[in-house]
Design a protein around this ligand. Structure first.
Ligand code: HEC
Ligand code: HEC
Length: 322
């Protein structure tokens, strides 16, 4: 078995120290040895190494230039001082106590002191008002571009058919009051442990036939799709719907925002409104998850994000994505 005590023991620390320290001493020795002969007076003839190229090109045995030696010494002393002050020599932490974590925390704290007041300024203002305040909407938009575009798109129109909802339209899974939107962003929706989800219905309602029937009924709820509907099949589907689906999607199919159950009577489909799309939703179930952002972003940023999202569908000029 792999022996990982080797990595937590001081072995590697000593390994590095025993390479580094003799290395530095070796450099000193080399440079002192190379500087020998520097005391020669200028008019003494320079010895050659005895190598000749191209008939006349000889290699002289001149001492190293002073500037070059100076640089070499400076480099060595810099290295030694650095290893005393900062971590580098094995597990020796350096006398300054510098760590990457401390540096990161210092930078984060500096950024917090600089930016937090900007976000906090809007924290106590109501979302409806912020949605009309260009400065707040702009800040919310910046946050949106950083944290939300990956799923909802840079125009906030979502990804139709893939379960990422449009945030700029009038259709809402979880409600569109400022409180609803803020709660959606802060706490997320449909965490893995949630009970109100669209489960896989195929086996419960009686197999493929029943899925096809109830799909016909769902399509019949969309008044502009009458041509697609076979009335007798839809009639059978209605029974299934009234038994199993009504509790969440409502008697008229208009949905229940408190459960995130979508309206099935409009043209907006989270997962696709074709016959195949609806059949898949019903047979296999759906479980779109909006991740919680509250802990990660803090209430002030969530508040500004909610104001931005609210502004997209609650008609203010300043709310248009810039
Ligand atoms: C990992 C993908 C992902 C990210 C990142 C994400 N969302 Fe969502 N969001 C979703 C999904 C999926 C849903 C639909 C949840 C459902 O099916 O019930 C959703 C739903 C929502 C809703 C509710 C829409 C409605 O119709 O009620 C809002 C509002 C929202 N997101 C805003 C945001 C904001 C603001 C951000 C950035 C802070 C964000 N989302 C980041 C995936 C994401
Ligand atoms: C426990 C509540 C619940 C029940 C019961 C339920 N649904 Fe759903 N349904 C949901 C939720 C929640 C979603 C949205 C899933 C998501 O956001 O990922 C959904 C989504 C759907 C969708 C996809 C809508 C779209 O926009 O793409 C269809 C279609 C659907 N349900 C049909 C049905 C039918 C038919 C039944 C009865 C057999 C049924 N549902 C029963 C809660 C329910």
């Amino acid at each position: 078995m792999f022996d990982n005590t080797l990595f937590v023991s001081s072995f590697w620390s000593w390994y590095i120290i025993l390479l580094t320290v003799p290395g530095i001493i070796g450099c000193f020795w080399l440079i002192i040895w190379m500087s020998k002969g520097r005391s020669k007076s200028d008019d003494e003839p320079v010895a050659t190494m005895g190598h000749v190229w191209d008939e006349t090109l000889e290699e002289f045995s001149n001492p190293l230039p002073r500037w070059w030696l100076g640089m070499f010494y400076i480099t060595l002393f810099f290295g030694i001082i650095y290893l005393i002050l900062y971590p580098g020599l094995g597990s020796f932490a350096g006398v300054l106590g510098w760590t990457e974590v401390k540096e990161y925390e210092a930078e984060m704290n500096a950024a917090k002191t600089q930016y937090d007041p900007l976000f906090d300024k809007f924290k106590s203002e109501p979302i409806e008002k912020l949605a009309q305040t260009p400065e707040a909407v702009k800040m919310g938009h910046h946050l949106y571009m950083t944290y939300c575009t990956i799923c909802h798109g840079s125009d906030a129109k979502g990804v139709p058919g893939k379960g990422f909802p449009n945030l700029a339209d009038a259709e809402w899974l979880w409600g569109d009051t400022p409180q609803d939107i803020e709660a959606t962003i802060h706490d997320g929706r449909n965490p893995p442990e949630a009970s109100a989800v669209m489960m896989a219905w195929k086996d419960t309602i009686g197999g493929e036939e029943a899925v096809k029937n109830v799909t016909q009924y769902v399509i019949s709820l969309n008044s502009n799709r009458a041509a697609e509907v076979d009335k007798t099949v839809a009639g059978k589907g209605q029974e299934v719907y009234m038994t199993y689906c009504i509790g969440c999607h409502g008697p008229e199919g208009k949905g229940t925002p408190a459960m995130g159950a979508p309206n099935l009577t409009d043209d907006v489909w989270l997962y696709g409104g074709s016959k195949g799309g609806i059949e898949t939703s019903v047979a296999l179930g759906r479980k779109g998850t909006m991740p919680a952002h509250g802990e990660f972003l803090g209430p002030a940023k969530v508040h500004l994000l909610a104001a931005y999202v609210y502004s997209l569908s609650h008609g203010s000029e300043s709310g248009k994505p810039q």
